[in-house]
Design a protein around this ligand. Structure first.
Ligand code: ADP
Ligand code: MG
Length: 297
């Protein structure tokens, strides 16, 4: 027997390294007419590295002491930024004290008790409100790093900023061509939806031909962005990798997760998974879906 077109398309998508979870999903992929792409781990490789370690004056911390505190608090987290911080500490042979009472807030950061003191690591503006009052000593350091395209992460001890880490990630080699191909298929340039700061987001967007930048978003804000598009009559494809992307992946017409570094929750929530980590496979499967639908109808 000949395979029904949608099933052949699923097999074909598999050959391109994309796991499409059902025939319904295979069909929906061809209907999308807008795309929202996450930044960290989706357009970038998701293996960020610590590039700058800046203890604040008055903290009394050395670079290594700051990195030790941050890495101890990040150790239980599966966030790519957390892995960067822990790897940097390992690279300097620092031994990490145990973390107690660990908690994490998607899109914000982590908090843990290290040696009896409360340590928080995460988005500077969310942890300290620095962007609002402008008086934080960390602010100049944060903005300097962000202007260089880095993600700046603040470290707080007992509620007081003690240092800032600069973290940088490489753009995926096929990011720009994928953005262009999806733009051609849908007739609209994909949007960037990210929890990261607007300076770093704008810099990356410009590099890959994206004009619509939505930065500083909490997981629920990504959902709102998707819903606004859908209210305007669009069927949105969301591509993401993190726990923070799961609500948007669920709200989207179709959600695709990046598989290699993707969080379990994103992989479970998404309708399809890019197993081999090639972004360029996404426009390919959209086109496969459209061809299959032509055969079905
Ligand atoms: P993106 O949407 O680009 O994938 P996220 O929503 O995962 O980014 O994170 C947004 C921001 O929240 C990060 O840029 C960082 O400032 C902060 N953040 C979230 N989790 C962590 C963490 N574990 N360690 C440090 N910072 C974090
Ligand atoms: Mg991400």
């Amino acid at each position: 027997a000949t395979m029904p077109p949608l099933l052949s398309a699923i097999a074909n998508a598999g050959r391109h390294g994309v796991l499409v979870k059902s025939a319904v999903v295979m069909e929906r992929l061809g209907q999308i007419d807008a795309v929202a792409l996450d930044k960290t781990g989706t357009l970038t490789e998701g293996t960020p590295r610590v590039t700058d370690i800046r203890p604040l004056t008055g903290s009394g911390l050395t670079e290594n002491a700051l990195l030790t505190l941050a890495a101890a608090a990040e150790h239980p987290s599966e966030h790519p930024l957390a892995r960067a911080v822990v790897d940097a500490a390992r690279g300097r042979d620092l031994s990490l004290p145990p973390a107690e009472a660990f908690t994490s807030v998607p899109g914000v950061g982590v908090t843990a008790t290290i040696g009896g003191r409360k340590v928080s690591v995460g988005a500077p503006a969310r942890l300290t409100g620095a962007e609002d009052d402008g008086s934080s000593p960390a602010l100049a350091v944060v903005q300097g790093l962000e202007d260089e395209g880095r993600t700046a992460v603040a470290v707080l001890r007992d509620g007081t900023p003690v240092g800032v880490l600069g973290i940088a990630d490489r753009l995926r080699p096929d990011a720009a061509t994928t953005v262009a191909a999806l733009g051609e298929l849908t007739g609209t340039t994909p949007m960037l939806v990210t929890g990261d700061n607007s300076r770093a987001a704008a810099r990356l967007a410009e590099e890959i031909g994206i004009t619509g930048v939505h930065a500083g978003l909490l997981p629920q804000d990504k959902v709102t962005t998707v819903r606004q598009q859908e209210q305007a009559g669009r069927k949105v494809l969301v591509v993401g990798d993190g726990i923070n992307d799961a609500p948007a992946l669920a709200a989207a017409h179709t959600g695709i997760a990046m598989g290699r570094a993707g969080s379990d929750l994103a992989l479970e929530t998404a309708d399809a998974v890019v197993v081999r980590d090639e972004l360029a496979a996404i426009p390919t499967v959209v086109a496969l879906s459209r061809n299959a639908r032509r055969l079905v109808v």
